[in-house]
Design a protein around this ligand. Sequence first.
Ligand code: AP5
Ligand code: ZN
Length: 208
Amino acid sequence: PRILILGAPGAGKGTQSAKIVEHFDVEHITTGDALRSNKQMDISHLDLEYDTPAEYMDQGELVPDEVVNAIVDEALSSADGFILDGYPRNLEQVEALEDMTDLDVVLTLDVSEEELVHRLTGRRMDPETGDIYHVEYNPPEDPEVEERLEEREDDTEETVRERLRVYQKNTAPVIEYYEDEGSLERVDGEQAPDEVWDDVKATIEENA
Ligand code: AP5
Ligand code: ZN
């Protein structure tokens, strides 16, 4: 299936995408991860405000559409089934995506703002596997893994607030767009990860 997962920063898109990839055998297309692996990419030829994605990301701002659209277009060209995570984030990206592919399932994870801040400031990443943890909700069992965990550079309280502001301004209209179109499936993302997964899996099975 061709699946789109929407939701605010910290809603659990990455956490659920990992489960979706494993269960439905689809490719994980995530603009956030793609940009983090290419943070220092030279985009000066595009004559934008900054010369690398890093400067946008570390402030919690969106990386310009032309950079992100190209990443997704390239990734989609070699994917059959996919879970798209972190894109589209504004209405211009919605339009670009519609020229690239159709979707079978569009779902969004609903989580309150207070919980989002708590999740993001407690998130830890395993730099070796990319696995996502949380100091309180989902700590690793292996002390060796715990030892090497890192915080994401944009998970400081100040940047988190800015990411949530950017989300309200630019990405909330994307959710509204799919809702008006009648294709949006809402999942209660505030439940425990396994309960969210039960609902996500059922939603995909019903719609794919
Ligand atoms: P991106 O990487 O997409 O970040 P984001 O949208 O802010 O989302 P996150 O990855 O922070 O959260 P998530 O929903 O994946 O939550 P997770 O599963 O990790 O983008 C980063 C930046 O890149 C942007 O700011 C922008 O600069 C740029 N960018 C990316 N895409 C772009 C685009 N299309 N256009 C322009 N710029 C773009 O979970 C969070 C935490 O909660 C973890 O600790 C996890 O363990 C925990 N958790 C998860 N689920 C639960 C649960 N059910 N209960 C309790 N804890 C949970
Ligand atoms: Zn993510």
